[in-house]
Design a protein around this ligand. Structure first.
Ligand code: ADP
Ligand code: MG
Ligand code: MG
Length: 248
């Protein structure tokens, strides 16, 4: 049982306040959807929790099972059990997907997995996500299509088994088939009941496949409304306009 607790979080980027008091608690076994218009600060929340140097926490707290996440280094956050699927993953020439994943698993588990076991785990994960075997030997993120990037994120989830996963725009740029595969991956991952998922998205369509327990509407750098899955249906029919008017 794990709990990520965000309390009155304020974050600035280049001296401009973007997050203005975010309160959110995500427990293992729960799926939360954080939804909001473009520019509302959703990615800023994800980057701040991940420890991106451009995002300065000016006040508030983030804890994982009581431990102060904000005082941990980026690698330590991963080791503590936090996972952030990067919205714009970087290309790393000369590093294969397989090598990258083995290093990531080693960093998180604290010891290198036996090569044979890792190869088996990797193959199972790739099969489950309908990823071709040749993908493991490709250079990390080099020329990845939108669908390949997202499948790679979910593959990381399956291998790293974080306590809390923050998925930022996992659904953007996916065609319907890829969306289904990725959603099934998220559902498989959360079905263990041992992990909490914060699904950040602008669109409601992924929520047809991944049913959230809680929906939070984000506008102007804070949560402005909260509810159950029915709130996503309301957003789908009404859009964000009334929130953006209210927070402007
Ligand atoms: P969302 O993910 O909801 O679309 P973002 O968190 O990306 O919103 O952006 C929120 C605001 O913060 C925007 O006004 C954006 O221009 C600004 N911002 C975010 N990241 C940066 C950055 N790295 N440098 C400058 N401004 C940024
Ligand atoms: Mg405040
Ligand atoms: Mg974003």
């Amino acid at each position: 049982m794990s709990t990520l607790e965000i309390r009155d979080l304020h974050v600035a980027v280049e001296d401009k306040e973007i997050l203005r008091g975010v309160d959110l608690t995500v427990r293992s076994g729960e799926t939360h959807a954080l939804m909001g218009p473009n520019g509302s600060g959703k990615s800023t929340l994800a980057y701040a929790i991940a420890g991106h140097p451009k995002y300065t926490v000016t006040s508030g707290t983030v804890t994982l099972d009581g431990e102060d996440v904000l005082s941990l280094g980026v690698d330590e956050r991963a080791r503590a059990g936090l996972f952030l699927a990067m919205q714009y993953p970087v290309e790393v020439p000369g590093v294969s997907v397989s090598n990258f994943l083995r290093s990531a698993v080693t960093a998180v588990r604290g010891e290198a997995p036996k090569l044979r076991l890792f190869t088996k785990e990797l193959k199972e994960g790739m099969d489950a996500l309908s990823i071709d075997a040749s993908f493991a030997q490709r250079n990390l993120n080099e020329g990845f299509s939108g669908g390949e990037k997202k499948r790679h994120e979910i593959l990381q989830l399956e291998l790293l088994k974080p306590k809390i996963a923050i998925l930022d725009e996992t659904d953007s740029g996916l065609d319907v088939d890829a969306l289904r595969v990725v959603s099934e991956g998220v559902n498989r991952f959360r079905s263990s009941g041992e992990t909490g998922v914060l699904l950040i998205t602008h669109y409601t369509r992924i929520l047809r496949y991944v049913k959230p327990d809680f929906v939070h509407v984000f506008a102007g750098g804070r949560i402005v409304e909260e509810g159950g899955p029915e709130l996503a249906d309301k957003l789908e029919s009404e859009g964000y306009e009334r929130y953006t008017k209210a927070s402007a």
